[in-house]
Write a protein that binds this ligand. Structure first.
Ligand code: UD1
Ligand code: CA
Length: 465
């Protein structure tokens, strides 16, 4: 039997009041439709068809060749949306999972369990349901006296009695593929919204004597359909809890899970400790035994085992094992630290590679630089990499010492073991092992301090007259 999936993603999502198409809104850093696709992919579907309409190009650009696409030119309802997949999969014998692109919390394990029940029972349709204390906004699952699912009624078409039903349709289903498309042909749009409802297929199959069943999940988060930003925030919270829990179970210590924000797909090694205010964004990989936070925003970066990052921002960078960053450091894209480096307070790095053991401890800008091993860059030292038009590279060799408040005017090279004294403005290469002094010599004028004070005082008095 072929397994297939249809993901509904053609709606605009008016209630989101957004320029961004609904299914592209991220939940924990990943667009909703991406979560849904991961879920159906986990169910080993041979074919996945995403129904696109509003923002079709954007949705396709995001998902790429992870799916096939069918275009729904006009959004005439979820039933009409599914019908658009007919050409691609209508003739195949098998089971089709249908999921809405706005239900990011449906679990792969639930879909798997539901599929098993569906296939073993020979049902024509199995609906994933949940029981909500406040079912407002969702389709209600109407069961017969024998307890089997009869049909689904949309909120807007509900009688008072139906509206009181708390079991809702989550919008995830398994169908016998052929029976799905046969029934869809008979769906009408005579309802409060004038739409072709996919939910009507359930009632049609039941009336035709087919087996139709409900599979009720006890995890209410799974059932959230994101129609507005209130639900988006709710989905974000549930997803965050789920992600954090997984890391906790994997051996990561999270001091305060409610104030720790880990996006989907982030990898964290065991015995790493996350302090509050850690924001770990997509594409980040953190090693074991690290200490992250308080307050660290790390985006698409790699942090090696035993590193410590506090009160800092790191993007598209690599922090080597046992390195320390912060407090108050900013690692911009392309920064790469080796093992045991130290980046201290108010240091900004950009496109700077530092080999093992190098230190930039305070108040520096190091950009477009290649720095060797065990280099010390003193307080306030700056690579002057930009003339307003061009970027230039600074190279610093192993074991070099750059004194405090040095300006390295790039392009410039400081050789291995060279020593640049504090306050120098270096415009020429410094050969290996040399000492560079590039500053005015000091002159001391004996006793002159009082003279200069007297002069200044006199000037003030003149001016105040
Ligand atoms: C739908 C269900 C409702 C269920 C709820 C669960 C129907 C008629 N109703 O309602 O029973 O409780 O989901 O969250 O199915 N879409 C298209 N083309 C269309 C219309 C919708 O692709 O013409 C897509 C949307 O992009 C969205 C999904 O289908 O991802 C669901 O549509 P939406 O309008 O959000 O349906 P609900 O009113 O939430
Ligand atoms: Ca919805």
């Amino acid at each position: 039997m072929t397994r297939m999936a249809i993901v509904l993603a053609a709606g605009q999502g008016k209630r989101m009041k957004s320029k961004l198409y609904k299914v592209l809104h991220p939940v924990c850093g990943k667009p909703m439709v991406g979560h849904v696709l991961d879920t159906v992919k986990a169910a080993n579907c041979e074919k996945v068809v995403v129904i696109v309409g509003h923002g079709a190009e954007k949705v396709k650009a995001y998902l790429g060749d992870a799916a096939e696409y069918a275009l729904q030119g006009e959004q005439l309802g979820t039933g009409h949306a599914v019908l658009q997949a007919k050409e691609l999969i209508g003739d195949i014998d098998g089971t089709t999972i249908v999921v809405c692109g706005d239900t990011p919390l449906v679990r792969a394990s639930t879909v798997e369990a539901m599929l098993k029940l569906h296939e073993e029972s020979g049902a024509a349709a199995t609906v994933l349901t949940a029981s909500f204390a406040d079912p407002a906004g969702y389709g209600r699952v109407i069961r017969g006296e024998d307890g089997t699912v009869r049909r689904i009624v949309e909120q807007k078409d509900c009688t008072e009695e139906e509206a009181a039903v708390q079991e809702i349709n989550t919008g995830t289903y398994c169908f016998d593929n052929r029976k799905l498309f046969e029934a869809l042909a008979n769906v009408k749009n005579e309802n409060a919204q004038g739409e072709y409802y996919l939910t009507d297929v359930v009632g049609l199959l039941k009336s035709a004597g087919e087996v139709v069943q409900g599979y009720c999940t006890s995890d209410l988060a799974e059932a959230i359909g994101v129609n507005d930003r209130v639900a988006l925030a709710e989905a974000e919270r549930f997803m965050r809890e789920r992600i954090n829990r997984e890391h906790l179970l994997n051996g990561v210590t999270i001091i305060d899970p409610q104030n720790t924000y880990i996006e989907a797909g982030v990898v964290i090694g065991a015995d790493t400790v996350l302090y509050p205010g850690s924001v770990l964004r997509a594409g980040t990989v953190i090693g074991e035994d690290c200490v992250i936070g308080p307050n660290a925003e790390i985006t698409a970066s790699e942090v090696g085992d035993g590193a410590a990052i506090k009160f800092s921002v790191i993007a598209e960078s690599i922090v080597g094992p046992e390195s320390a960053v912060g407090p108050y450091a900013n690692l911009r894209p392309g920064s790469k630290l080796g093992r045991g480096c130290k980046i201290g307070d108010f240091v900004e790095l950009k496109n700077a590679v530092l080999d093992d053991g190098s230190k930039v401890s305070h108040l520096s800008y190091v950009g477009d630089a290649v720095v060797g091993k065990d280099v010390n860059i003193g307080c306030g030292a700056i690579t002057v990499n930009y003339d307003g038009f061009n970027k230039a590279v600074t190279e610093i060799g192993d074991h070099a010492f750059i004194g405090s408040n040095v300006n390295l005017i790039a392009p410039v090279k400081v050789g291995d073991g060279a020593y640049v004294v504090a306050g120098s403005t270096v415009t020429q290469d410094v050969p290996a092992g040399d000492l560079a002094i590039a500053r005015e010599r000091q002159v001391n004028k004996p006793g002159y301090a009082d003279k200069i004070r007297a002069r200044a005082k006199a000037k003030k008095e003149r001016n105040s007259k």
